[in-house]
Design a protein around this ligand. Sequence first.
Ligand code: SF4
Length: 499
Amino acid sequence: MPASEPLIPPTAGSPEQPDRPDRPEEACGVFAVLAPDQQVANLAYFGLYALQHRGQESAGIAVFDGASVRLHKDMGLVSQVFDQEVLERMPGSLAIGHNRYSTTGSSKACNAQPVVLNTRLGPFALAHNGNLVNAAELRADLDHLAGEFTSTTDSELIAFALQEAVEAGLDWSAAIRQAAGRCRGAFSLVIGTPEGLFALRDGHGIRPLVFGLMGDPALAQWVASSETCGLDIIGAHYVDDVQPGELVCFRQGEVEPQRQRWIEEPAKLCVFEMIYFARPDSRFFGESLYSYRVRIGEALAREMPVDADIVIGVPDSGIPAAIGYSQLSGIPFGDGLIKNRYVGRTFIQPTQAMREAGIRVKLNPLPDVLAGKRVVVIDDSIVRGTTSRKLVQALRDAGATEVHMRISSPPVTHPCFYGIDTDTQDHLIAARLTLAEIEQHLGVDSLAYLSKEGMVEAAHAENGNFCTACFDGAYPIEMDEAVRSSKLMLEPAGMAARA
Ligand code: SF4
């Protein structure tokens, strides 16, 4: 490949399952706003716009005007699904929004969220980020309602469980707690009702969820969002996380939300949210993820040093760690890979062929920066290795004399069941191959990963209670055997060889 050509995608039929993405994929983003006497549809639009990185397959907003609700959802990006005309037809002061990337249920319009159902207390709209591991059991429990199902998602099952609890005579808050108690897995939920807005996380808090206030606190204009970037975009200020196992009720006109623990379990935030999924300007544990990602780059430089002339990062998520690696090692940082800023992330399209096309237009190496140099290239993770291999070849074609790959997380050896699409285990390169075999496969001069300890310590010890299952197989939530065996099938030879 000539040095000036952009990256070439993996070849069809490569051993790494060509129809799957070569990145861990986020499941969804949720957003909600309650602002009495305001029209909030536009605010919900911008909230989802800020959370677009969490899901690009469909978008939807439900707006409550008193006890009536209007819903608009469709396949596509937020900016494709909504325009000003659509938003103006959605008056009301409470909105629930959702961006979707499918992990349960296929990619089609009927699976878009929010889910809206009616009850004796009026309608509700529910948006879900996460994945249930007992969906089959819950589906069987709700089989008498099967004729009413309109989607194939676990999110709709949660909604029907809530509807059932309300119809049994419970009020909103008790019904939400009861429905949540029937669910096992990861779920960050925002639920709009005629009474107000409810936000809830599963007991481990695997997916993030925060809330904040717009304007004068006396106005009680509340916002809930998967990440703080959703608050920032509409000028809301962060108040707190919805804590793991907590239900927060924001009632119309009440200046204090009502907070209650519905379950007590150890916190296990997905560490991949910190490393890669969430936006670098979103704040976790009181600081932006940019700062955390610089620190894991520094830790990587401490743990896995190498003699080289330049450090580059794979845009965008590898850049902060590359800066950290450069700062600690003293090796100059450079822009060796240029990203086309005017395309979205490569997994906008769900098919591999379309993803490959996305990669081709997305990154281009810079021979002026790379030629004749020993290059350290930093990326956040390696899943199947197809993209990394082509990246290494492109760096060599651009004139790099040595390519040393450093990964700012440990080897991904186990699949995720909690809302992230990380492929089945037999397609994870680090579960199949030893480190030396991966080096050879990628064509690098050296490859090294950050240790699990380094990854967790960089988050500061007091915040160190994470789910790290895709790196160590320590799944915090029990799964049915059928669920386990759908993705988990190897004795990871690669891990054993490295141990
Ligand atoms: S298994 Fe991995 S991706 Fe899934 S929640 Fe745990 S750390 Fe996150």
